[in-house]
Design a protein around this ligand. Structure first.
Ligand code: SF4
Length: 218
């Protein structure tokens, strides 16, 4: 199957826009939203939708939301940016992720996780009469842009709301999000969100520390 360039697809969609359409932008966290907002806020009237049942610890869920509130205050934007806080409902994520808890980040569990968040976004976009919906998720090099965009395309058909294709990591998007996060002093978590990704990260750090210790003592 031919590899799609979702970044180019988004640019085509933007070039054909008339006026300033309403976009419901699913946001996973402030660092990932920083570059996406700087890119899209001149073309759309954006409402950020913070919906992340995958963040299994409530403290972390609240912290990432507060960072998003701060970011909107700090980042320059041509059009107003609104923010909706989705419900904190980790049980819904844990139910669907349980059979795949041993998978590494990037496996089947993540597909279901993207889908859960995008489907809720499409539902709200439909109910609230948005012109477009999309997500910040593709900015991460750890997320599969093909899966995200295929899910978005299917939801567009189901919910009859236009999906804005994207691969925000392209054109140095990820690098720019790091620079903006530093500029705005944003909290950047070192794991994706679920308890499984937290465990994976902790094991990785531990392993690296052990290797350092053994290489020091060698
Ligand atoms: S690793 Fe990230 S994308 Fe994958 S299931 Fe966990 S929170 Fe979701």
């Amino acid at each position: 199957m031919e590899k799609q360039n979702y970044q180019a697809k988004m640019e085509e969609q933007i070039a054909s826009l008339k006026g300033t359409p309403k976009l419901l932008l699913h946001a996973c966290c402030a660092p990932c939203s920083s570059y996406v907002l700087s890119l899209l806020s001149k073309h759309f009237l954006i409402t950020l939708f913070y919906y992340n049942p995958n963040i299994t610890q409530e403290k972390e869920f609240e912290k990432r939301y507060q960072e998003l509130e701060q970011l909107i205050q700090k980042i320059p934007h041509q059009n107003p940016i609104f923010l909706i806080k989705g419900e904190y409902e980790p049980k819904t994520f844990l139910e669907l992720a349980k059979p795949y808890q041993e998978e590494k980040e990037g496996g089947k569990r993540c597909y279901l996780c993207y889908k859960q968040r995008l489907e809720k976004t499409a539902t709200i976009a439909k109910e609230e009469h948005f012109d477009y919906f999309t997500t910040t998720l593709s900015i991460s090099p750890y997320k599969k842009a093909d899966w995200i965009n295929e899910i978005g395309r299917d939801l567009e058909k189901t919910y009859q709301v236009s999906y804005l294709y994207a691969d925000f990591k392209k054109k140095d998007g990820y690098k720019k999000s790091i620079l903006l996060s530093n500029q705005y002093h944003l909290y950047r978590q070192d794991y994706c969100g679920c308890l499984y990704s937290k465990k994976e990260r902790e094991e990785y750090v531990k392993k690296n520390q052990c290797q350092k210790i053994s290489s020091h003592s060698a």
